[in-house]
Ligand binder design. Structure first.
Ligand SMILES: Nc1ncnc2c1ncn2[C@@H]1O[C@H](COP(=O)(O)OP(=O)(O)OP(=O)(O)O)[C@@H](O)[C@H]1O
Ligand SMILES: [Mg+2]
Length: 353
């Protein structure tokens, strides 16, 4: 540390990153969230060149010729393709740096990791940041970052329950005094709901849907409750019998039926997390309610369904898609006061001395 670091610290573009299965967000000190793009990379496999990252690459999914692959380098919240993840991070970090003076020192990065990941998976995130240009990396468990972003009183002696429903994972955590007390992490979240819709269309209409189409249907008319006056939309895909294009009218009750099993699994895991939580903290949760973060929190009526099943008040945080990134930003701005909430680093020298 010392004067040198303090001096440059004032000018460096330190960053908080939410490296999500579906979306990557970058918070920059004093600027806010300046990158918010899908975690997708398009690569030309003939020469291993990156053709597009983020928004632009997402448009190519399912529409590429044989030598181009548009894919998501994270699966279920963890890095599945290290090289591509590193390139994606480097692209986003360079994009931030391009807008500032090139003499700036390399940034410090606070980045979220899912709960319960292995040492190898943690190290992969750390290494990806370092080789993408970070000078120092601080890991934080995603639900902790989400709770901080949602301004929950995580450092107090009170139980705060956060449920972060992302693309790949749903992370359920009870936090008190700056630490995660009880938690569950399951690989059922937004992507799984899309898969449920694809399966439903196949089973009920012999209709093959693309991933993106299924997601759009979920965003348009998805609901956790059935309704007497459901919204409708058209699903377009390929008829599995004739092989020709086909469209079918569906409503939100169909979608609810398709996703209900997954929603039930999410709720069962919320309940079982409460079951293993010490009673004093459970009392706090009853009083303060469960806070939902992540894009999945935006599914219509999901808050009401969770409330009905658990009998606990449920609140959706403002702008749930950015909660983790905002949380990493808050930690970045006050690293000294909040270092106790950071996850243990793989390289113990990075912070503990
Ligand atoms: N209005 C909405 N209704 C239902 N689902 C939504 C809505 N908006 C976004 N989503 C879903 O939220 C998910 C993305 O959320 P988010 O960006 O929090 O995930 P992530 O952080 O990238 O993933 P993870 O945390 O699992 O690594 C996607 O599955 C998307 O379909
Ligand atoms: Mg997330």
């Amino acid at each position: 540390m010392g004067i040198f670091n303090n001096f440059f610290g004032k000018f460096s573009r330190d960053m908080g990153i939410d490296l999500g299965t579906a979306n990557t967000l970058v918070y920059v000190k004093d600027k806010g969230i300046i990158i918010n793009e899908p975690s997708v990379v398009a690569v030309n496999t003939r020469n291993d060149q990156i053709l597009a990252v983020g928004e632009e690459a997402q448009k190519m999914i399912g529409k590429t010729p044989a030598h181009i692959v548009a894919s998501r380098p994270l699966v279920d919240g963890v890095i599945s393709d290290f090289e591509i993840t590193e390139k994606m991070l480097k692209y986003f970090i360079d994009k931030v740096h391009r807008e500032s003076f090139s003499i700036l020192p390399r940034p410090r990065i606070v980045i979220g990791i899912p709960l319960g990941v292995t040492e190898v998976e943690r190290k992969a995130v750390e290494d990806a940041c370092l080789s993408a240009g970070a000078r120092e990396v601080f890991l934080i468990e995603e639900p902790m970052a989400a709770a901080i972003g949602a301004r929950m009183p995580i450092q107090e002696a009170t139980g705060s329950m956060v449920v972060d429903i992302g693309g790949g994972t749903t992370e359920i955590a009870v936090i008190s005094l700056g630490g995660v007390i009880t938690w569950k992490s399951i690989r059922i979240a937004g992507d799984e709901l899309d898969k449920n819709i694809i399966q439903y269309a196949r089973d009920h209409f012999n209709l093959l849907l693309g991933d993106r189409t299924a997601e759009v249907i979920k965003l348009k008319i998805g609901s956790a409750f059935s309704s007497e006056d459901p919204l409708t939309t058209t699903m377009r895909g390929r008829d599995l019998i004739t092989g020709l294009p086909k469209e079918v009218e569906v409503n939100s009750n169909h979608v609810r039926e398709a996703i209900s099993r997954s929603l039930r699994q999410i709720i069962e895991n919320i309940k079982s997390t409460i079951e293993i939580t010490p009673p004093e903290l459970v009392a706090d949760i009853f009083e303060r309610g469960i806070v939902l973060t992540g894009g999945g929190a935006l599914l219509n009526n999901l808050d009401k369904l969770i409330n009905r099943e658990t009998k606990i008040p449920v609140h959706i945080t403002d702008d749930p898609l950015t909660a983790v990134a905002r949380g990493t930003g808050i930690v970045l701005d006050d690293l000294e006061a909040l270092k106790e909430v950071l996850a243990d680093s793989v390289d113990a020298n990075t912070f503990k001395n």
